[in-house]
Ligand binder design. Structure first.
Ligand code: FAD
Length: 473
């Protein structure tokens, strides 16, 4: 236990930002305690986010393949059915294994794990923890890192019950496949979870307020992506807003849908409605007001984005509760940089090179600037694309929808953006991210020998196309 000793660092929140900061801090020789209230470590990401969603995306992809793609390879599987309960059990097993794994990592690295809800008090360096059994523990710390993450944003007129009108948390735990699902919000979470249920048989309609899904995705990539989703059966209602949701006598939900700018309403029926209109920082009962920690209009804790210092000495904040993309890997990098600096070392997060990935099929992955952003900024650039239809591995897998695209500086060829829509886009992007972190040019990638036949050759060819011509297209 934290044992009354003054801790070098107390981290409040055991998500990817918090638990990574705790482990790294201990590795750097500091005495670290991590306070987490939900009963398991791993935060949103492991419990109700990245990990369970990818488990269901994988399972539903297998189902879809068995139903639709195996036959043409000569594999007959008979009638394919889905046992949603079993699929959920398998998902829970991977979540449990991974969250327990973090407890193991805490032990290995000598991080003290305190179960309970932590809050700052008016006394500097004091953290009060309310345990589940009603007791309160006080921990004293030289430094406190707030890493309490985020929660789903609500939508006026739409009351969530997590059974029929659900946030992502409920959509990861449905008991059966809904016949009709309406997804409110065409962002990453809505499209991933919409894909899960669409593959399993739901008719999915996406209602999106804006004119584009998933901003700031590169326009050319988005077009390919949205076309693919439409082919899979997604129905998009763009520039529309849901203003009310009412349960009907037959048990279904009736949604009132209006043009975003206002106008005549239409009505949509659904068996399950997923509200995925964004997330907001979670700082409930954290004692920010008592401690005098500054929060901005969006509810984010205000920090210096290099040191992660708040306006109060010894209080830091990282991850989803501060500005920037709400992503697990962004939270982790901030956690590492924050404790490195606390340990007297230098730490740095390069916000220009943070990957974004949509784990649908095809996947979409990008890093850096889009072509539209460069145009708007008046930057002179080269562009190169290569379609997976011309990549031998994608063709042998019969999975060749999509493309790789680079944008680079017209004068130096330094890579400014990498955009991929296609099979394994998220994994393929890693090479581009590394190149960008090293300040590489597309020529650097084009001159690097890539294994054959691999999907990664499409990355090389797109790099070749940026400076001149691809070989295979
Ligand atoms: P969190 O993970 O939210 O962790 C904060 C933790 O703090 C929670 O466990 C909470 O219980 C705890 N806590 C809060 N207040 C207190 C308190 N007072 N005392 C003690 N404990 C407290 N990101 C990706 O990068 N890739 C993905 O594929 C991806 N998929 C996602 C899918 C879904 C459905 C969702 C909802 C999110 C997804 N995300 C994904 C986003 C990702 O989950 C978050 O960006 C990430 O978890 C943020 O990490 P964090 O450490 O800042 O906060």
């Amino acid at each position: 236990d934290a044992g009354g000793d003054v801790q070098d660092v107390v981290v409040i929140g055991g998500g990817p930002g918090g638990y990574v900061a705790a482990i790294k801090g201990a590795q750097l020789g500091m005495k670290v305690t991590c306070v987490e209230g939900r009963g398991t470590l791993g935060g949103t990401c492991l419990n109700v986010g990245c990990i369970p969603s990818k488990a269901l995306l994988h399972a539903s992809h297998l189902f879809h393949d068995a139903n639709h793609t195996m036959a043409k390879h000569g594999i007959t599987v008979g009638e394919v059915s889905i046992d949603v309960g079993k699929m959920m059990a398998q998902k829970s097993k991977s979540v449990e294994g991974l969250t327990k794994g973090i407890e193991g990592l805490f032990k290995k690295n000598k991080v003290t794990y305190v179960k309970g809800w932590g809050s700052l008090t008016s006394k500097p360096g004091e953290v009060s923890v309310a345990a589940a059994d009603g007791t309160t523990v006080t921990i004293n710390a030289k430094n406190v890192i707030l890493a309490t993450g985020s929660e789903p944003a609500s939508l006026p007129g739409v009351d969530v019950d997590e059974k029929q009108v659900v946030t992502s948390t409920g959509a990861l735990d449905l008991a059966e496949v809904p016949k009709r699902m309406v997804v409110i919000g065409g962002g990453v979470i809505g499209l991933e979870l919409g894909s899960v249920w669409s593959r399993l048989g739901s008719a999915v309609t996406v209602v999106e307020f804006g004119k584009d899904i998933c901003p700031p995705m590169d326009g050319q990539v988005r077009k390919t992506f949205q076309r693919a989703l439409k082919k899979q059966g997604f129905d998009f209602k763009m520039q529309k807003k849901v203003t009310a949701a009412k349960k009907q006598k037959d048990g279904s939900i009736l949604l009132t849908v209006e043009p975003s700018a206002g106008g005549e309403a239409e009505f949509l029926e659904a068996d399950v409605v997923l509200v995925s209109t964004g997330r907001k920082p979670y700082t409930t009962n954290l004692g920010l007001a008592d401690a005098g920690v500054e929060v901005n209009g969006k509810g984010q804790v205000v920090v210096d984005m290099h040191t992660y210092k708040t306006n109060k000495d010894g209080v830091y904040a990282i991850g989803d509760i501060v500005e920037g993309p709400m992503l697990a890997h962004k939270a982790e990098e901030e956690g590492i940089s924050c404790v490195e600096q606390l340990a007297g070392k230098s730490g740095h997060v390069n916000y220009d090179v943070i990957p974004s990935i949509v784990y649908t099929h095809p996947e979409v992955a990008w890093c850096g600037k889009t072509e539209e952003e460069l145009k708007a900024a008046g930057t002179e650039y080269n562009v190169g694309t290569f379609p997976f239809a011309a990549n031998s591995r994608a063709r042998t897998n019969d999975d060749s929808e999509g493309l790789v695209k680079f944008v680079s500086c017209k004068h130096t060829d330094k890579i400014l953006g990498a955009h991929i829509v296609g099979p394994a886009a998220g994994e393929l992007l890693a090479e581009c991210v590394l190149a960008m972190e090293y300040g590489a040019s597309t020529e650097d990638i084009a001159r690097t020998c890539h294994g054959h036949p691999t999907l990664s050759e499409a990355v090389k060819e797109a790099a070749l196309a940026t400076g001149g011509k691809a070989i295979h297209f």
